[in-house]
Design a protein around this ligand. Sequence first.
Ligand SMILES: [Fe+2]
Ligand SMILES: [Fe+2]
Length: 351
Amino acid sequence: MTDRPDHGHSLKGAVERIADCRIVVTTQPWWLTGPVLGVIVNVKLSRPQSHACLTWLKQQLGPQPPPALFLTEDTTSAALREARAFGAAACLPVYTEPRVAVAALARLVYPHDTVTDLIVGRGVARAGRLLEDMFHTAEAGAVNIAAVEDALEPVLNAIQEGGLTRWLDVVWEHDDTTFQHCLLVAGLTTAFSQSLGLSRTDQHQMARGALVHDVGKAQIPLAILNKPGKLEADEMAVMRTHAALGYGILKSSGNCDPVALAVTRHHHEMLDGSGYPDRLSSDAIADPIRLLTICDIYAALIERRPYKAPYSSADAMRVLEGMGGKLEGALVQAFGKAVASPSGSPSRAVA
Ligand SMILES: [Fe+2]
Ligand SMILES: [Fe+2]
């Protein structure tokens, strides 16, 4: 709640790293539209409209309101008493850095989690929800491309704040193997992009491609997709159609980024021309595809499946390094560095 909408936006940005956020302004009517986990109040308490708005908030939150953090200009004990009377669980000076204020509220709302835990949890949850919705609608032939955009920043923030290890710790808990794979590829691709120093826009592009790359699997029969054993040749042929099917789904959805389209169609192409569906080779395979293909293969190797033990990180890297001619050696080396960094080693795969 604010009477300074300019400050409200920077606070909103900081809150949205860990939770959804809505700004309400003291001068405009508003109603609660869903559950509230916490409130940041940034108003001049001396203004009558602040009193009216806080009273309205109190009424709507009911007898057990969530914690409220007040940002106050006046830090005298009288002002703090007044804030407490309006329900402040804690007070900070109004010019507190937004991330510090959000961390203080987070401690009140989630006393047992760190801010990093919350950022990672939000990234995995947002991406997981997106995948569930996307695969559901993709069965009928199209997806909501705009929804993919909302998951990108949460994924980037999660990897930036928590590193790959924390991402994987949460992703391993996902019980659907296809979604788990896509979350894994999204985390690996983002960690790789960040370690290569790609721009935020390019990181978005790579995370977008990773989230959608296997959407064609939505149209593969479940008996093949979830077969608890190795696929027979005819089943493998059906499975391999997922790349072109995914491309078709994204194409019919409209407004899909060309890189995401290319990555979806070509993430099983190999530099020596032995891949599918178009048997592309060398220069016809663009950098984003080369990058994602490495992450995709590594993900498949470290995943736990009923018919195979998960590879350790070191063994998976050895497989990638043995694919000379199919993958770009220099990129494989760079990927090895990205996943071997202290924050990047996949803990469970090694265990
Ligand atoms: Fe694939
Ligand atoms: Fe994949």
